[in-house]
Design a protein around this ligand. Structure first.
Ligand SMILES: [Zn+2]
Length: 126
């Protein structure tokens, strides 16, 4: 167990500075402490790792940003899709109402033709 200068148990943090990217170290658990205790957990990184890790982090951030844009686009498309589904449901209801109206008109037409035939039969044969 490692204690910092102010007597607290240290925590492990990760450095994101350009000189030590991804390197873990012990530090005081108090964020605003002035004790300034730092103890490196891992040895110094090689030059190649120091050069590669910042580039990988930039690529990771760029991919994450692109992913966030895609999620926003997907949400917008989902909203548009919901709107289209609502319009489709309204149109389906309108089509059903028109079909019902069409059926009523056909029944009225059949009734009027039937009445016409009966009246014609009565006029000609009675
Ligand atoms: Zn401390």
């Amino acid at each position: 167990m490692v204690l910092c200068f102010c007597g607290k148990v240290v925590v492990v943090k990760m450095s994101w500075t350009p000189l030590d990217p991804g390197r873990r170290f012990f530090a005081c658990p108090m964020n605003d402490s002035v004790c300034g205790f730092i103890g490196w957990l891992y040895p110094l990184m090689c030059v190649r790792a120091k050069a590669i890790i910042p580039g990988l982090l930039r690529n990771l951030n760029s991919v994450q940003e692109r992913c966030n844009e895609l999620v926003r686009s997907m949400n917008m498309l989902q909203e548009q899709c919901n709107g289209l589904i609502y319009r489709n449901n309204m149109l389906v209801a309108n089509v059903k109402a028109l079909k019902d109206h069409n059926l009523k008109l056909k029944m009225y037409m059949f009734g009027s033709w039937f009445f016409f035939v009966i009246v014609s039969f009565c006029i000609w044969f009675v």
